[in-house]
Design a protein around this ligand. Structure first.
Ligand code: LRY
Length: 238
C-alpha cells in the first residue's frame, strides 16, 4: 500500500517521549529540556512532550519536530490525552507541530465526538496523531482524518488491559492497511524492538520510559538483581 509521504517526522526516525508528571522525580521543564537535548545529541528525529510549558520550552531549545499533548483527568471520562478540542488548540499554540489526542472513540469531556474533533482540527490545518488501543480504533481514526495513528494506548484501556507490550502485532496489522503513517509507541524497552517495529511497517518509533524515566529504568535493574540474588541465596543454602 503506497504510504502518504510528507510526514513531519523523518521516516523511520526515533521520537523520544520526554514527559514527567507532577508526581515524577524529573517533573519540570528544566529537566525535560535537558532530556530532549540529550535525545537530540543521540540522533532523535523528534520529541514527544506533555504540558504547555514543556512543549514551549522543548520546542524553543531543541528545535526538533515536536509531538505535543496535555494529560488532564476529567470526572466521568476515561479520556485524558488532550481530551478536548480546546486542549488540542492550546497544545498547537504552544508550539507542537503535531498534536496527539486520544483516538479511542471513548466519551470525551467536552461532549464532542472524535470525528468532530478530528474534523475541527483538520479545518484548522493542525496535524493530528490519534493515540489508539485497537485495530478498529486505528482504522476509524484514520478514516475520520487523523494524520498519524499511534499504538500508544494499547494495554491502557479497559478493552485492552493486560495486552503484552509492545504490541507490534497491532502495529503490523495497521501498517498493512492504512495509508497514513502508523507509529509504534508504548512499552518499547529494547532497541531491537524498535528496529523490529520499523521492519513491521512503523513510519517511526516513539520511546519514552526506557529512555526518559530513570525511576522506571532503575527499577528494572533492581527487579532483575533481586531475582539473581534470590537464586544465589538458594544456591548458598545448598
Ligand atoms: C499510556 C500513556 O499515557 N502513555 C503516554 C503517552 O504520551 C506516555 O506516558 C508514554 O511514556 C509514551 O506513550 C511512550 O510510551 P513508553 O513510555 O512505554 O515508551
Amino acid at each position: 500500500m503506497e504510504k502518504i509521504s510528507g510526514s513531519l517526522i523523518p521516516y523511520q526516525g526515533l521520537v523520544v517521549s520526554c514527559q514527567a508528571l507532577e508526581d515524577e522525580p524529573l517533573f519540570g521543564s528544566h529537566h525535560m529540556v535537558a532530556m530532549a537535548m540529550a535525545a537530540k545529541e543521540a540522533g532523535a528525529a523528534g520529541i514527544r512532550a506533555g504540558g504547555l510549558a514543556d512543549i514551549r520550552a522543548i520546542k524553543d531549545a531543541a528545535g526538533l519536530p515536536l509531538i505535543g499533548l496535555v494529560k488532564i483527568q476529567h470526572e466521568g471520562s476515561e479520556v485524558y490525552i488532550t481530551p478536548t478540542l480546546e486542549d488540542a488548540l492550546a497544545v498547537h499554540a504552544a508550539g507542537a507541530d503535531i498534536v496527539a489526542i486520544d483516538g479511542t472513540g471513548r466519551h470525551r469531556p467536552d461532549g464532542r465526538t472524535l470525528e468532530a474533533t478530528l474534523a475541527a482540527l483538520k479545518a484548522a490545518g493542525i496535524p493530528v496523531m490519534a493515540d489508539i488501543a485497537t485495530f478498529e480504533e486505528g482504522v476509524q481514526a484514520a478514516g475520520w482524518g487523523a494524520d498519524y495513528i499511534s499504538t500508544t494506548l494499547s494495554g491502557y484501556t479497559a478493552e485492552t488491559q493486560g495486552t503484552l507490550l509492545p504490541n507490534l502485532d497491532l502495529l503490523e496489522r495497521l501498517a498493512a492497511v492504512l495509508q497514513v503513517p502508523v507509529v509504534a509507541e508504548g512499552g518499547i524497552s529494547e532497541p531491537a524492538q524498535a528496529a523490529a517495529a520499523l521492519e513491521l511497517g512503523a513510519a517511526f518509533v516513539v520511546v519514552g520510559s526506557a529512555i526518559s524515566r530513570p525511576q522506571w529504568i532503575a527499577a528494572r535493574y533492581v527487579k532483575a538483581m533481586k531475582v539473581k540474588a534470590g537464586s544465589a541465596a538458594t544456591e548458598a543454602e545448598g
